[in-house]
Write a protein that binds this ligand. Structure first.
Ligand SMILES: NC(=O)c1ccc[n+]([C@@H]2O[C@H](COP(=O)([O-])OP(=O)(O)OC[C@H]3O[C@@H](n4cnc5c(N)ncnc54)[C@H](O)[C@@H]3O)[C@@H](O)[C@H]2O)c1
Length: 434
């Protein structure tokens, strides 16, 4: 065993503040509350279900994550949220129609007590939504100050020892990186005070508020929110973990499994066409081209990074990659994602693979939220500030700074995740196969 990394114990309650109380968040909350009553299993969550190897050779052992590192127990979680609609978590879960009422009602009382705080919202960033539960502020700085006060008040009112903030709200329009504003913490703060509403999205106010209060922040949508030097600088300065972006759930999860398989077998790729039908509110928001642009950028980066055309020009230099999302209300949360993949093999002979994934978006996302929240809290107690690349496993477009490339391959990401857990548990990181 290596010298034990100092990780503070997970004593006391953990406040989990969710930005957005829609389909994903209400499914996450309901499942967590049901699991802690022993009424449901947290399927898909590594922190709750997986074992992993620690130690090598004759010393190897398989342990659950919580036996290796001190993780917050589900019983110690207290949920809170912000949303532009005043519906409680119970009303939101019923409205989302992801879960059956019989799976919601046993925790109705707990869910009904979760009432969203007024949101930091700007219609210019999500044009298709009209809510009433919205903060009034003179400028972005003032808006952020109000969010900071919310975090402090929630913490005090619920007797929480720590807070994690996670964004599972609607995807905002694409805000390109502008180094004059997003380049340094000083320029960013100046722009907030000058109320630069073009470059400072509401999501950035939540991220800034969380970091300022010493709380880990996770960006679950494709918003560029924390993908900027200003936020990297701030999170380093405050020694607070940040991660993002975009939960890796259905189609992209499959992509990051299949693309490494082609590369490992040295099969070529001509094209990858991905399309989806989706009928929930997320699908409605993404139907707006400006909001879809944010998602598209996040989804497109995956293949090019795994299949490096410069390294293998005979196989991957000319890939046609297209991604579409179509709003189709009859399907609600039951997304259907089709992939047509044009590969080639021996002597360049073409072949096709078709994937038809009939998934449930929020069912796939919920365990990722639970793991990201618990592992970000762990990282904070281990003193890991800044970008948490080891959490890339959960994310479609993992954060990275200008000097590093993102890792997309699910299995490489899994190795990174396990090694970080090993190190925080006082074991050595290793490359051994299990
Ligand atoms: N489900 C998945 O598989 C998946 C995967 C990756 C990313 N995501 C992202 O997760 C997010 C949530 O998805 P969903 O299906 O729950 O959507 P949803 O529309 O059901 O819920 C989003 C909620 O966010 C609220 N909201 C919007 N702007 C807000 C703001 N500024 N502050 C507070 N609340 C705000 C909306 O009112 C809504 O209730 C979306 O951005 C989606 O793109 C989902």
């Amino acid at each position: 065993m290596s010298e034990k990394m100092k990780v503070k114990p997970a004593d006391g309650k953990l406040g989990v503040l969710c930005v957005g109380l829609g389909a994903v968040t209400s499914t996450f909350m309901t499942g967590t509350l049901m699991a802690r009553k022993g009424l449901s299993k947290p399927v898909g969550s590594l922190t709750q279900m997986a074992t992993m190897r620690v130690g090598k050779g004759k010393d190897k052992q398989y342990k659950k994550f919580g036996e290796i590192v001190p993780l917050t127990q589900l019983n110690d979680i207290v949920f809170g949220a912000w949303d532009i609609f005043p519906d409680t978590a119970y009303e939101s879960a019923i409205h989302a129609e992801v879960l059956k009422e019989k799976d919601i009602n046993p925790v109705k009382e707990e869910l009904s007590a979760i009432k969203p705080m007024p949101a930091a919202f700007d219609l210019n960033f999500v044009k298709r939504l009209n809510g009433t539960n919205i903060k009034q502020a003179d400028n972005r700085w003032d808006l952020t100050e109000q969010l900071r006060a919310d975090i402090r008040n929630f913490k005090a009112a619920n007797g929480c020892a720590r807070i994690v903030v996670i964004w599972a709200a609607s995807t905002e329009i694409y805000v390109p990186l502008n180094m004059d504003v997003h380049g340094t913490l000083a320029s960013f703060e100046k722009a907030m005070k000058e109320n630069d509403t073009e470059h400072i999205a509401p999501s950035m106010c939540y991220a800034y508020a969380a970091i300022a209060e010493g709380c880990p922040f996770i960006m679950g949508a494709p918003n560029l929110c924390v993908d900027m030097p200003a936020m990297w600088e701030f999170s380093q300065k405050m020694n607070v973990p940040i991660s993002g972006k975009d939960f890796k759930t259905g189609q992209t999860m499959m992509k990051t499994v299949l693309a490494p398989a082609f590369k490992t077998r040295m099969l070529g790729l001509n094209g990858w066409f991905s399309t989806n039908i989706l009928g929930n509110r997320d699908g409605e928001v993404l139907d707006d081209p400006e909001n879809f642009k944010t998602k598209e950028v996040s989804k497109l980066s995956v293949i090019e990074t795994i299949l490096d055309g410069e390294e293998y020009p005979d196989l991957y230099s000319n890939i046609f990659h297209k991604v579409r999302i179509n709003y189709y209300p009859p399907r609600n949360d039951d997304k259907e994602g089709w992939d047509n993949i044009d590969i080639y093999g021996w002597m360049g002979y073409p072949m096709q693979i078709k994937v038809d994934f009939l998934c449930k978006d929020s069912i796939l996302a919920a365990p990722l939220l639970l793991d990201l929240v618990l592992l970000s809290d762990l990282a904070c107690r281990a003193g890991k500030g800044g970008i948490q690349t080891w959490l890339s496993f959960y994310l479609k477009s993992p954060m990275h700074d200008f000097e590093h490339k993102p890792v997309h391959d699910l299995f490489e990401q899994y190795a990174m995740l396990k090694n970080s857990i090993r190190e925080m548990g006082g074991y050595e990181a290793d490359q051994e196969l299990d």
